[in-house]
Ligand binder design. Structure first.
Ligand code: GAP
Length: 547
């Protein structure tokens, strides 16, 4: 069985070798959890995002687009609750230095044994020494496990030397342990804001901070911190952690300029930034990523109907580009999972190599955001429907704050999903009849970076000229094409299989005689002879048919 790690390793390796995804700043050793989308990655990402835009904006009369600035007025984030609520309590393990979220850490109750679980015996020995030095106790080493600790009160652990019944030493602990090592030796919780903070204005706040520190040496640590925080806050701006808020803030402008009638939506796609504590699974969770979000404004009371509508629409959309539609499901949020602004939510999940996990959230966000922005800005963010009876007064004409359904998808996460979905290994015979493995990326033709490759069999006898002519015809038709004359033809086919090019057109010696080329299908490997003059038309037709 191919393990989760093996599949991910293969995809990561192919993505790098074939120019889909590179580690950011690789020549400087890389920047943790930041990625660059290479020559083929940028095509794939754009194709996914363009398809989303087409389905959500161009093919609908009730949705309009927006491309807002990434840096917005800081009040936006105060009103949305991001400044206050977008922070997680963080804790460091004093032994392993592991940093984790306190609210997600495993709890331990009275009577639980706390065995610190190390990676191997060597690490157990190191941690035993660190604990001995720092806490003056010697835990018993049992292979890679350190024993001797037990929870004796809600927030206390005892050290029981040689299985004695009385604890010879007691320590405070917060009721939870570190997720990886099961360590109870932890730092205090620290608030950590997930938004990236920057500064606007040419004058650096450092000068003001230096003056403040110099003039206020008598202040204690907390007072000093608050003073500095006040200075920084004056010029602080934030990189948006979601694209959503601009659509609430520009609700009136979009509605009025386009004369939109409720129900209607505003869609936006683009970069978002989060100072994620745990970045994981390659590009699944990174600090800089792209989102595709739509805020759909509806009449109060109709939100359930529209939530179900968008859940089904979005699930279908993801499935429509997949080889394995059954790998996409939706899951309703439990009450205790709901964000503070939501009255219901579904996650669209994909079966990643590590199991089902989130790909898109479809949330019923109530009227929370519009009301908050109205409160903080003083601008009425409401909608007047002349044709509707006000349910309270019974009179015609109803002014209300719309409710919002939000399908919020990750574009870069979607790219990972389609890479996993496309990755296939097949056993085929090579030219000598030996079994070999063919790696083929069965990307949906609409998503594939190149739609067609044109390959002259040899680099002479006029074949490159015929091929280049054909390439020009594809370019003129707006079909992304690749001219490729390097290496033997078999190797070129394999190369294009690995990047998901649906069709290869080979120009050979006979092309000069019969004015035909061979078209090879990526998935079936079937080859057919077609007239050169019809090549663009035929490829176009096949690409359209595949949708
Ligand atoms: N406006 C609502 C919102 O932003 P979210 O569930 O936090 O909701 C929506 O994000 C989608 O954005 C997620 O389903 C996921 O696909 C993507 N996403 C969120 N954080 C991400 C990260 N750190 N890296 C990559 N994608 C992320």
């Amino acid at each position: 069985m191919i393990t989760e790690k093996k599949i991910m390793d293969k995809i990561i390796s192919l993505a790098k070798q074939r120019g889909f995804i590179f580690q950011s700043s690789e020549i400087y050793g890389g920047l943790k959890s930041a990625y660059d989308y290479g020559p083929l990655g940028v095509e794939l990402k754009r194709n996914i995002m363009n398809e989303w835009w087409r389905a959500m904006v161009h093919e609908r009369e009730d949705v309009t687009g927006l491309d807002a600035s990434i840096i917005m007025h800081p009040k936006v984030w105060e009103a949305s609750g991001h400044l206050a609520g977008f922070s997680d309590p963080l804790v460091d393990c004093l032994i392993s230095k592991e940093r984790f979220r306190a609210d997600k850490a495993p709890m331990r109750t009275i009577g639980d044994l706390i065995n610190i679980t190390c990676i191997d015996k060597g690490q157990a020995k190191d941690y035993q020494n660190i604990i001995e030095k720092r806490f003056n106790i010697t835990l018993k080493r049992n292979g890679k496990i350190l024993e001797g600790l037990k929870v004796i009160e809600k927030n206390k652990i005892g050290f029981f030397e040689n299985h004695e019944t009385e604890a010879s030493k007691k320590f405070d602990f917060p009721g939870y342990v570190s997720p990886t090592f099961n360590s109870p030796f932890l730092s205090e919780e620290k608030q950590f804001n997930l938004m990236f903070r920057s500064q606007i204005g040419a004058v650096d706040a450092l000068g003001d901070i230096a003056n403040f520190v110099n003039d206020n040496k008598h202040l204690d640590k907390d007072e000093m911190k608050q003073g500095i925080e006040r200075i920084v806050k004056d010029s602080a701006v934030y990189l948006r952690p979601e694209t959503a808020q601009a659509m609430f803030v520009q609700f009136l402008n979009c509605q009025q300029t386009m004369s939109m009638k409720i129900p209607f939506g505003i869609a936006q796609m683009g970069k978002s930034f989060r100072n994620e504590i745990t970045t994981e699974h390659y590009i699944f969770r990174s600090c800089e990523f792209e989102q595709m979000e739509m805020e759909f404004f509806v009449e109060p009371g109709s939100q359930k109907k529209w939530l179900d509508y968008w859940r089904d629409k979005r699930l279908e959309w993801w499935k429509s580009f997949s080889n394995y539609p059954d790998n996409f499901i939706y899951r309703a949020h439990e009450k205790d999972e709901l964000a503070h602004y939501a009255d219901a939510c579904y996650d669209i999940e994909y079966k990643y190599p590590w199991g089902f996990d989130e790909l898109e959230g479809v949330a019923s966000r109530t009227d929370y955001d519009l009301k908050k922005h109205a409160e903080y800005s003083g601008v009425k963010l409401s909608y007047f429907d002349q044709q509707k009876e006000n349910p309270e007064t019974g009179k015609m004409g109803w002014r209300y704050t719309p409710y919002v359904i939000e399908p919020a998808a990750g574009a870069t996460r979607g790219l990972l999903v389609y890479l996993i979905d496309a990755y296939h290994e097949e056993s085929v015979k090579d030219a000598k009849g030996n079994d070999t493995t063919r790696v083929v990326m069965k990307l949906h033709p609409r998503l594939a970076p190149f739609k067609v490759a044109v390959l002259p069999l040899i680099k002479k006898d006029g074949l490159p000229e015929i091929a280049r002519n054909l390439v020009n015809n594809f370019m003129k038709a707006g079909i992304n094409v690749r001219y490729d004359e390097q290496h033997a033809i078999g190797k070129r086919y394999r190369r294009h299989d690995e990047v998901g090019t649906p069709y290869c057109l080979t120009v050979d010696g006979e092309s000069k005689e019969d004015n035909c080329v061979t078209i090879r299908d990526r998935d079936t490997m079937k080859q057919e002879r077609i007239p050169i003059n019809d090549a663009v038309k035929i490829v176009k037709k096949r690409l359209t048919k595949s949708t």
